[in-house]
Design a protein around this ligand. Structure first.
Ligand code: R5P
Length: 281
């Protein structure tokens, strides 16, 4: 299966091609002076199997994914899969207030159309994919995260909130250490508070695991609660490191280590999701 990488996912696309023992199809992707995208797939994909890999964050990368679909499907490949390593807008998984847009489902439907399969990685709420398309499915890169944590000598894995327990508990099991969770209250889009709770963190090397780090508010508050509980070190690992605004600076001050996967390219992306994606394809 050949790989077409959008400009948000060049690194993961190249690693995926290696993992699949295939190649990256040459493409020309550039921006016009006004910011609009130009996309050209420079090889005929007729009758071939192809995976297009493109994170849809920030917004211009979403448009690029739609243009890649048009370019690829027009060539009539035998099988065409869209892999969206980080599917943006998926956190809005309900209409919390009347009149809100259900962005996860609305944008998922637009993305999924036309592909034989639409694959996301550690999407915030996998249940929303049922409303998106029968061709949509989610895979996880958290076994790769667990493998990283095993090499770090972690003693305890912690989820920052109750909503992530089912996602994070298997990481603790894979690392072979106890699991605990915090109780998070979101104050606003940047600030969270962690409710008081007894934590068996004294003298332990603790890893906080989350799906997404955006402003870093969640991880910073969780790290401070764990340090207050006597943790000897606190590292944070996530699948998708977005690091909005000054998040990286804030987190480097709060943590002993910060790591993410290459679903989003950043300075912390030291874990690759490629083996998980390759196995799923
Ligand atoms: C929320 O439920 C997610 O799992 C993350 O905890 C959240 O998106 C992190 O956002 P931030 O870094 O802005 O606190």
């Amino acid at each position: 299966m050949d790989v077409v990488s959008g400009s948000a996912s060049g690194l993961l696309g190249a690693r995926l091609a290696v993992a699949l023992d295939s190649k990256v199809v040459p493409c020309e992707i550039r921006r016009f002076p006004d910011g609009e995208a130009y996309v050209r797939v420079a090889e005929d994909l007729a009758g071939r199997e192809v995976a297009v890999v493109q994170t849809t964050w920030p917004d211009p990368h979403f448009v690029e994914a739609l243009l890649l679909r048009d370019a690829v499907l027009a060539m009539r490949p035998r099988r065409a899969v869209l892999v969206v390593p980080y599917f943006a807008y998926a956190r809005q998984d309900k209409r919390f207030k009347p009149g809100e847009a259900l962005s996860s489902v609305a944008l998922g439907k637009v993305l999924a159309e036309g592909w034989d399969e639409f694959v996301t990685v550690d999407v915030h709420s996998p249940e929303i994919l049922k409303q998106v398309s029968p061709a949509a499915r989610n895979i996880s890169a958290l076994s790769e995260v667990a493998q990283y944590l095993r090499g770090k000598g972690v003693d305890l894995v912690v989820s920052p909130d109750e909503g992530s327990i089912d996602r994070v508990r298997p990481v603790a099991e894979a690392v072979g250490v106890p699991f605990d969770h915090l109780v998070k209250n979101r104050i606003d889009s940047e600030r969270v508070e962690i409710a008081p709770k007894s934590l068996h963190a004294k003298g332990k090397r603790v890893a906080i695991v989350d799906d997404i780090v955006s402003t870093g508010g969640t991880i910073a508050a969780a790290a401070s609660a764990l340090k207050a509980a006597g943790a000897s070190s606190v590292l944070a690992a996530c699948t998708h490191g977005l690091y909005a605004g000054g998040a990286l600076k804030r987190l480097h001050a709060a943590l002993d280590d910060l790591v993410s996967t290459d679903t989003v390219e950043s300075a912390t992306a030291r874990i690759s999701a490629a083996p998980a994606v390759a196995a799923a394809l």
